[in-house]
Design a protein around this ligand. Structure first.
Ligand code: C5P
Length: 397
């Protein structure tokens, strides 16, 4: 019940998903939250202010120059009242307006005036969402510290299938609750590796793997939210840097090792989430390898094991590894826990890789030397938070 007695401003903009907001308000109130609704003009074409007044218990407006609303609570007082501002659904229009600091109605104005965290749930046609202009605005909001929840993938009102649906009310509530998590990692330095490494063969080709970096980035985002100073050493991925995280971009396993060694001295916790390539070319060819014979033999040499190097340091941080396995998953994961001298390992069953790589959800089995816990399938974001809570309980108190 992290939302109990919390003051939530729910900003509703004009998308079809607005019809779900009375249910969202009711559920937020069930969690013990106070909810005041602010609508854009367009929103009232999809859901009536009267319905939202009935479920929230407060009057609803969209106007900045509304005398009745201003006399009840001015827009500045409303901005101060909020513990969190939630925009759901957030259309391309409201995202653009917030990103660029517009203040032409009550919602945009109070978003400029508030110091409360802002959580945004985009909902629009998938092609609109993928448009570079929208992506640019979204990235700008994230860089400014706004939390983006969704969009979810699936069938859209227009018939397209893809990312653009507003996430369901229960997931929104989970994301809002995360804003009020106790700062269990305050004062801790956390070093995380993420993404794939790329091992060059010649100037144009490389050996790599399917890792998207999503899990490592989710861990970095939550560790920062939980109060840690976070260093994220990442291979090449297409992900925005989580707010408050120091990101160090690398390409190969050797680069990753040297970046990790630069930061590991101060680390209290090291999480090796990167999918480090086990081998690299013995000799990187200076010129492009020409296609001639029907077969090509590559000589590969073993890469350094980054996590093992960290775990062997005299002043070793609490060290958490990942194991991606397709068979005898538990046995291999436990073997790695012991052989790499880790403190904890999170097993990722990749026997169905299409359900893991690049996806937004996953499940983990976590093992330590005298215990284990299964974290059932959920979003990588929720999973990251659960894993950090588990780590904190095991080691960092
Ligand atoms: O041996 P395997 O690659 O399965 O081990 C996985 C764990 O070891 C992950 O935590 C991964 O980040 C880490 N690892 C590493 N350096 C390597 C290979 C794996 O840090 N060269």
């Amino acid at each position: 019940m992290l939302l109990r007695h919390k003051n939530i401003i729910l900003g509703i903009s004009g998308g079809i998903a607005a019809y779900k907001t009375p249910d969202l308000v009711r559920r937020l109130r069930d969690e013990g939250a106070e909810v005041r609704v602010v609508m854009t003009q367009g929103a009232s074409s999809f859901v009536t202010p009267l319905s939202l007044e009935a479920v929230s218990g407060y009057s609803v407006t969209s106007e900045i120059l509304d005398r009745q609303t201003e006399s009840a609570m001015s827009h500045i007082d409303l901005a101060r009242w909020a513990d969190v501002c939630l925009i759901a659904p957030a259309t391309a229009q409201i995202i653009a307006k917030i990103a660029h600091g517009f203040a032409d109605d009550l919602l945009t104005t109070l978003l400029l005036a508030t110091k409360a965290p802002v959580v945004i749930c985009p909902a629009m046609n998938m092609h609109m969402y993928q448009h570079p202009a929208v992506q640019h605005n979204v990235a700008q909001l994230q860089a400014r510290g706004c939390t983006l929840v969704g969009p979810a993938e699936g069938v859209q009102a227009c018939g397209d299938v893809g990312p653009g649906r507003m996430v369901e009310p229960l997931d929104i509530i989970q994301a809002l609750s995360q804003q009020f998590e106790p700062l269990i990692l305050q004062g801790k330095n956390v070093l995380i590796t993420a993404g794939p490494t790329q091992e060059a063969l010649d100037p144009v080709r490389y050996v790599s793997n399917h890792s998207s970096g999503k899990m490592g980035f989710a861990l970095a985002e939550h560790a920062a939210r939980l109060g840690a100073t976070v260093y994220l050493v990442t291979g090449r991925v297409h992900l925005p840097t989580p707010s408050g995280v120091k990101r160090i971009d690398v390409v190969s396993a050797q680069d990753m090792l040297s970046a990790v060694m630069d930061y590991v001295d101060q680390a209290d916790l090291f999480i090796g989430c990167a999918a480090v390539a086990d081998y690299r070319a013995a000799d990187v060819q200076p010129e492009k390898i020409k296609k001639s014979a029907s077969t090509l033999h590559l000589e590969l040499v073993k890469n350094p094991d980054i996590i093992q190097t960290v775990a062997a340091l005299p002043r070793k941080p609490f060290t958490v590894g990942f194991a991606a396995e397709t068979t005898q998953c538990e046995t291999y994961a436990k073997d790695k826990l012991v052989s790499k001298k880790l403190d904890m390992i999170a097993l990722n069953n990749v026997s169905q890789p299409e359900q893991v790589f690049g996806h937004d959800d996953n499940a983990l089995d976590v093992f330590w030397h005298d215990g284990s816990q299964s974290l059932p399938r959920t979003s990588k974001s929720a999973l990251a938070l659960q894993l950090l809570r588990l780590i904190s309980q095991r080691c960092l108190q």
